[in-house]
Design a protein around this ligand. Structure first.
Ligand code: LMR
Length: 335
């Protein structure tokens, strides 16, 4: 008798095309690579709470922080396969997805203005890029702004020549690769989860990141110098598997969209505060020497790195790059 009911249940589940039984919650696995205490860690938990509340428990969100489920590259593959339902990776890691246009957001000193950067990520300009992502089976639900990058290393990075011969960890974008090479450094793409150990053992000499990641991952234990350069930006895309999202019951999707919408302001405000606090905590900790880049130094870095902008003009076309400049407010130095 028991055996018959299990077969019937399995048959029923199959008949429902693998969908959860009507009384079971829809499981959403949310994988990410940072600490639960970092802005993305907090926003993932907020999303979980709102999604479960607004759907009255029709959805259950399982959050997997610190690369506990997947590392950087694997998580994008897992999303496309449908083994995980939500991610919030840096858009600098979208290269492997084959949407190379996202690389432009890594152009040095392009996205230093907070308000303009957020405007741009919310602007119709993103429609084309979002459609290209959807064509890869990945739906972007929102963009989360984690602020600007600083550099860390075991020697002071004040002028461009200080990078010569340094092994620098980068995220996967071709622009970040070109930036490192233009500075005379040796770029090494590496998963975020492997970075602390690589810095500790000297596999790499330095990296760039936002202060909240440097603080929550304790990079100050393995790096002595920090340069506040604001040369790049860490923008996350909250992404889902398109088939999964489109297959959700409409009432559930509406409530999840509501949770997504509320997560944007929460994230941006939390990130702005946490990154400012982290920089103060790093300074107060006394383990790192913090140098704030002067205007003259910034001018020298921009002049040094303009060839990367030119290279991208050749790759993406002058029109596209000029539209990006207009939206971001970046003004190339007059030659
Ligand atoms: C990095 O790889 O440095 C960051 O993108 C990690 C993260 O998700 O903040």
């Amino acid at each position: 008798m028991k055996h018959l009911s299990i077969i019937l249940a399995a048959g029923l589940a199959l008949a429902l095309g693998g969908a959860a039984r009507a009384d079971e919650p829809i499981i959403i696995k949310f994988s990410h690579v940072v600490s639960p205490d970092a802005p993305k860690g907090k926003a993932a938990v907020l999303f979980k709470e709102l999604a479960e509340k607004y759907t009255n428990g029709k959805v259950k969100v399982e959050v997997y922080p610190n690369s506990s489920l997947y590392k950087d590259k694997e998580e994008l593959e897992a999303l496309q396969l449908g083994s995980v339902q939500l991610l919030a990776p840096s858009i600098s890691k979208f290269g492997p997805l084959g949407v190379k246009e996202f690389d432009v957001f890594d152009l040095p000193f392009l996205m230093t203005d907070d308000a303009r950067a957020r405007q741009m990520m919310a602007s119709p300009m993103m429609d084309d890029l979002n459609k290209k992502l959807e064509a890869k089976g990945v739906s972007p639900l929102a963009y989360w702004d984690n602020g600007t990058h600083v550099y860390t290393a075991n020697k002071p990075l004040i002028m461009p020549d200080d990078f010569r011969g340094m092994k620098m960890r980068i995220q996967g974008s071709k622009v970040l690769d070109a930036v490192a090479r233009e500075l005379g450094a040796i770029p090494q793409i590496m998963a975020f989860g492997d970075l602390y150990q690589a810095l500790q053992t000297g596999v790499v000499d330095g990296e760039d990141n936002v202060p909240s990641n440097i603080w929550t991952q304790k990079f100050y234990e393995v790096q002595k110098y920090l340069t506040v350069s604001h040369h790049g930006r860490l923008t996350y895309a909250l992404v889902t598997n398109k088939k999964f999202w489109d297959s959700l019951p409409p009432d559930v999707r509406t409530q999840l969209d509501r949770a997504v919408k509320e997560s944007i302001d929460f994230f941006d405000d939390t990130a702005a505060k946490d990154n400012a606090d982290a920089l103060e905590q790093i300074k107060a900790g006394g383990k790192m020497e913090v140098h704030v880049q002067t205007d003259a130094e910034k001018k020298a870095w921009i002049a040094k790195l303009m060839p990367v902008h030119i290279e991208m003009q050749n790759r993406f076309g002058k029109d596209f790059i000029e539209r990006i400049y207009k939206a971001s407010g970046f003004v190339p130095p007059q030659s």
